[in-house]
Ligand binder design. Sequence first.
Ligand code: AP5
Length: 220
Amino acid sequence: MNLILLGPPGSGKGTQAKRIEQIYGAAQLATGDMLRAEIASGSALGQRVKGIMAAGGLVSDDIIIALIRGRIGGSAGADGFILDGFPRTVAQAEALDRMLAGNHAALDAVIELEVDEAALIDRLSGRFSCQNCGASYHQRTHPTRVEGVCDDCGSTELICRPDDRPEAVRTRFEVYHGQTAPILPFYRRQGILQSVDGMADIDEVTRQIRALLDRIHTAS
Ligand code: AP5
């Protein structure tokens, strides 16, 4: 199963991608996580993108396309992939189509998480995540079971992202509307765009995505 999860910052792409990965075995490919790993490792690429990400801007298409090409061509796995945070521009979407055609592969679905922007500000301002395994939490709506300890891996390295500061969040929303939302008609024309209610609680959003994917699976 090859899938894209699409939606504005904080819409729940990462949360749902991890759940879908566990249910269907498809590999989560999250460009934001890949870039944050580059920053944490101190690599030259990490140094180049650190300031751009902290300010909420987009990393250049060339860098991102090279990053994702290696994963899709290589370790995506027999059960496919879930793209989380890619594509983010029409140029990236077009490059993805070319990569898939070159691998004799195709997308099964592009799922848009529909959300209310005011609620997203609340989600991002309360978000923290595990530096070790990437699990994502929220101080009020999705805390860890034991305070200060990751539910998934037991790490105590829980951090807030620099781009969750209010100024950076504003820029990320502007970028989403200006550069990422134009991808929606691109996939609507291909007949593979589906939407789910991203305002529902986390379990309900997973249930909606599963219902969609099971329908697609049954039809194919
Ligand atoms: P990236 O890491 O992809 O960030 P993003 O798209 O802004 O999305 P987020 O990770 O903030 O949110 P999410 O939708 O995954 O929501 P989450 O599940 O965490 O990218 C970061 C940066 O990297 C970009 O700004 C850019 O600089 C660069 N970059 C990455 N990809 C790029 C590309 N392709 N091209 C160029 N640059 C790129 O949930 C958020 C919070 O809400 C959590 O606390 C969670 O617990 C909670 N939550 C989730 N779902 C629900 C729910 N249903 N109800 C209540 N709370 C919920």
